[in-house]
Every structure is written in C-alpha cells, then in structure tokens.
Design a protein around this ligand. Structure first.
Ligand code: ADP
Ligand code: ZN
Length: 563
C-alpha cells in the first residue's frame, strides 16, 4: 500500500472527483484509502489539517455499508457531518444532545440499510461515551454487522498517552466485531504511544502492508511539518488595553475580514478578549466565545456562525476542537504540545496562515500557578517559555527538538514519514518563521547579569530567613519601593529562630547587594519570572556563576541565561 500497490486507485480517484470534487490525493491518503478498501486494520498518522478525514470518508462512500466514526470532538463531528451533507453524502451523528426520537429513527435506518427504498446511512458519527454507554447502539451495530456491512474509524485526539476512560472501553469493539476493519487516525503518535493505541483498540502488530493479507495492522504516516504555517512570536503589551489594541491592529492589517482563532488561557480570558476586541474595533471584528462552559447547543450555533463568516474571530480555550477549516490567529499556550495542536487548526485549506503567539513574560506568572499543580506542568511551561524567548532557533527545529525529547518522535519525522523511528535524525529549517526571517542585527542584547545577581541575592535572603514572598512583593523590594520592606507570607523562621507572623513587615539591606535595581516594573517582573522558571529562585540555588542576557525587542524582552 505504500508504493505501487494502489489497486483501488482507478475507482477511488473517480470517487474523489465525483463526490468530493478534488483532483488528487495528498500525503499518504492514496495508500491509506487503498488499504481501507482492502478491509485492513490501519493506523494512520497525519498532522492536523493534513486530510485524515478523507481516508475514511472516501472508502465509506464506495460500495455499500455503514462506517461508524468514533470521535471525542463534537466540533469535528458537526463540521464533518455538515460538510458531508453539503456534498450529498448520507450521514448522521449521535451525541449526548441527540433526542431519543432522533436516535430511534437512526437505529431503524441503520438496521434497514437500503432495503426499504430509503437512502442507506454511509457514516454514523458517535462519541466514545455513546459507544461505551449505549447498549442499543451496540445491538444495532450487531445487526448491521450480521449483514456484513460494518466498518469502524477512530479519530484519536488524545495522542495515545492519556486516552479518556471511555476510550479504554472501546477495546470491546474488536471483541464484539473481530472481522470489522478498524482504521485509527491521529495527529501525533510516537514509538512509545503506538503500543497503547494498538492495545486499546486491540489491533494486531504492525505488518508490512505489501505482504500477504494477515492479522497485522498497516501503518502510515506523513511529515508533521506543514509548510503553509508561519510561526511567529509577537510581543504582548503589558496593559490589557494595549494588548487588545495591538492584537486588533494586527488582525485588521494582516487578516482583515478573515477567520481566526484566539486561544486564551481561561474561560474568563476568552470572554474578556472577545468583548474587548469587539469594542476596540467598534464591532468591525466580529467575535465569538467558545469554551467548555458554553452549552452544546450554543457551541453548535457559534460554530455555524463562524463557518458562515458571521463571526470572524473565535476566542476560545482549548475546548474548541479539531475539524476546523480556516485561517488562524493566536494568543498563548501553556505547553508546546498545546501550541502545536492549536496551530494545527490553521490553514487547513493549504493556504498560507499565521500562527502567532502573543507573548509577555508576566503571563508566565499566571501560567505557572495554572500548571505548577500537574507534575510535569512546570517543565512544560519552561519549554514553552524557552520557545517564546528564543529569537534564534527556527520554530520548526524547536518543535522537532522538543518532541523528540518529550514524545520520542524522530526529529526527521517533521520532514519525512518515519514517525516510528526512535528519537534521532534532524530536520531542516522552515525558512518562513520569525526566527528564520529575522534580521540578526534587529536583536539588541542587554546584559542584566548584575540585576539578576541582586534579585537572586535578595530572594535568597528572604527565602532563608523568612520563607516566601510574592513575586510582586519581591519586585517592589529589589526596586527599593516601600522603604525596602516586605511582608512575610505564611510565616517563617527569623534569624534568631523567632517565628515571623504572616504579613509581618521586614526590612532588607539593599546596600549589601549594591543598591536597588534600576529596571522598570515590567522588566523586573519579567526577569524574575524567568529566573524562577529556569530554576534560579529555588531554595538550594546559590547565586553565583551565571550570566544573564536580555534580548530587547520593541516593547518586550526575552532573557537568555547561561550558567
Ligand atoms: P485532518 O487531518 O485534520 O482531519 P481534514 O481531513 O479535516 O484534516 O482535511 C483538512 C482540509 O484538507 C479539508 O479542508 C479538506 O477538504 C482538505 N483536503 C483533504 N484532502 C485533500 C485533497 N486530496 N486535496 C485537496 N484538499 C484536501
Ligand atoms: Zn524557521
């Protein structure tokens, strides 16, 4: 199926054109579709926006039969059902929002197939929850299967490592329907997470697709890098008003009237940004809000409005899922995985799209409290910050490095379809990201080693004598505000073993570290946050032997630290 073994191509190409109105296959679509036509079990890895849905939709409309598509993402389901109906493909969906009477009608139609002169349902989209909870769905599928008409496709969003509980129950499907071919499609999968996926879906081991038909699973993958996506980090102003204005200007100058998504950190942020952007532009930028707190019914409405262009910009949390066919704008992510996934929603039509990260050092303070709870959250945050601060490394190279370390994805997987080889190989520069196109002398560096040293000295004093201070407090302190005093947080031991009360004021001798710091509030906080996130403010660290450089960008800065 990988090379010349495309026996079904004459038929499938014809259908590609007549039903989907497309002329040629993309990436590994042709091979996957051939294998699917041959009723093989398949695992297919393609980047988001690569064209995975066609690989099960096209086989589903060839010949006869029902394909059950299992996807945890409602947005993907709505989007695909709507698009399929538009091109005249019989399809239905069953989610938590489907009424009992609608369900009954669907079950009837599924059981009857085309026998009563009705059009046969070709695709039925369901959520994993529905499969694991609805006995009636299963018994209906058993009926359909008796007539030999059943196929299964799984859209796995959660990259293998943290499948939702309902996904685990999907293993029952292969037991119930051992002969029904399963096609699993996903956006990223590594040598480490592939075994999980095979286990959960009870698929056989990976075999050579060109070998004789066996019980094995045929594996396909496509390069992870999408050359139409242009990654860049833009400075975000410190006041929210200015940040909104900058974002609004950027949208109106570079993407007037076009569609975009702004991923925000919280539900509240999504709402605020939507409202402020709308106000700032006097209603010219039509915004919508999408997050987990929005009712399913409203989500669908917003989604439809967005598709029809009645909303330009969706301000969303990560709950706004896959299955989206538009340009893109962005804001801030908590992790590089998140950023990579979010940006996958851009430029799905293959046209050039911007994937912008509006970044401000101080956001990290909020991010850190958001993610320090989960065990590796802080290291993920550090990676994200390094990415945002890095003004030299190609963004594609940075992704490749990150994913080869964290997910055992080969660095070469970004260029070539060999996702399963272990973490070696290299990737080439993309040539279009901000760092690839930046004029080297546009970066001005300022040495803030002395300031960093002073901050660390004061932080050390405060930590060893009195426990913790807040970052804002420490920032005032090192800048000599409030008479060099700070409040003890949560109480702590004094030098003479005397316990300090929570909130008690303490004075620090700034002269012992060469006086106060001559940096503004924002710069000081940014520097402190970087010191914190990079591990320099931890109790055990002794403030010696390091070297700190700050890149000064227009209205923002990035810090580079070397020990
Ligand atoms: P994903 O891999 O994220 O599921 P989709 O299946 O949604 O991606 O496809 C992304 C976009 O690419 C859609 O707009 C789809 O119509 C388009 N597309 C898919 N295959 C082809 C093709 N062979 N030729 C042209 N456009 C295609
Ligand atoms: Zn680049």
């Amino acid at each position: 199926y990988h090379n010349s073994n495309f026996v079904f191509s004459p038929q499938t190409l014809q259908k590609l054109n007549s039903t989907f109105g497309l002329d040629s296959f993309r990436l590994c679509q042709e091979g996957v579709i051939n294998a699917a036509m041959d009723d093989r079990d398949i695992v297919c890895v393609m980047p988001t926006g690569g064209g995975k849905s066609l690989t099960y939709q096209l086989p589903a409309v060839m010949g006869s039969g029902l394909t059950v598509v299992i996807s945890p993402l409602l947005a993907l389901i709505w989007d695909q059902v709507r698009a399929l109906k538009e091109i005249g493909v019989e399809c239905v969906m069953m989610t938590g929002a489907t009424s009992t009477s609608e369900q009954n009608a669907i079950y009837e139609r599924m059981k009857n197939g085309s026998s009563r002169g009705e059009k046969e349902i070709r695709l039925c989209y369901v959520t994993p929850e529905k499969v694991s909870k609805s006995k009636r769905l299963i018994s209906t599928l058993e009926k359909v299967n008796e007539n030999g008409r059943l196929h299964e496709a799984h859209c796995c969003s959660q990259l293998g490592h943290d499948f939702r509980p309902d996904y685990k129950k999907l293993s029952m499907l292969k037991t119930l329907f051992p002969r029904v071919p399963i096609q699993a499609v996903t956006a990223t999968l590594s040598s480490k997470t592939l075994p999980d996926l095979l286990k959960i879906l009870r698929l056989g081991p990976i075999t050579d697709g060109n070998a004789a038909k066996s019980t094995g699973t045929v594996f396909f993958s496509a390069p992870l890098f999408r050359p139409n996506l242009q990654y860049k980090v833009l400075p975000k102003a410190s006041s929210s008003k200015m940040a909104i204005a900058a974002m609004g200007q950027w949208i109106q100058q570079t993407h007037p009237g076009q569609s975009g998504i702004i991923y925000c950190l919280s539900k509240k942020d999504a709402e605020t940004v939507a409202e402020e952007l709308r106000e700032w532009s006097n209603g010219e930028i039509k915004t919508g809000v999408y997050h987990a707190g929005i009712e399913d019914y409203d989500k669908e409405r917003i989604h439809v409005k967005w598709r029809e262009g009645r909303i330009n910009v969706i301000c969303a949390t990560i709950a706004f899922g896959l299955g989206i066919d538009k340009g893109d704008v962005r804001y801030m992510s908590k992790s590089l995985e998140g950023y990579y996934q979010e940006t996958g929603r851009a430029g799905r039509d293959g046209e050039a799209s911007d994937c912008v990260l509006f970044y401000r050092g101080q956001d990290a303070a909020r991010l850190s409290s958001l993610t320090f709870q989960d065990t590796d959250g802080s290291s993920k945050l550090r990676e994200m910050l390094k990415f945002a601060q890095d003004l030299e490394t190609c963004r594609k190279v940075a992704f490749a490095r990150y994913f080869s370390a964290s997910a055992h994805l080969s660095a070469s997987a970004w260029d070539a379809p060999d996702t399963l080889s272990s973490s070696s190989g290299t990737t080439s520069k993309c040539g279009i990201c901000d760092n690839c196109t930046r004029e080297p002398d546009s970066i001005v560096t300022k040495d803030v080693s002395v300031e960093a040293w002073r901050i660390l000295k004061v932080a050390q004093y405060v930590q060893s004598e009195h426990g913790r201070v807040t970052l804002a407090n420490l920032s005032d302190l090192v800048r000599g505000l409030g008479g060099g005093t700070f409040s003890v947080v949560g109480g702590g031991e004094g030098r003479k073993g005397k316990r300090k009360a929570n909130g008690e004021k303490e004075k620090v001798d700034l002269d012992s570290v060469g006086g106060k710091i001559l940096l503004g509030k924002d710069d000081t906080e940014t520097l402190m946050i970087h010191l914190l996130l990079l591990g320099y403010l931890e109790d055990s660290y002794s403030a010696t032997a390091y070297n700190v450089n700050v890149y000064i960008m227009p209205s923002d800065q990035a810090v580079r630290l070397t020990r």
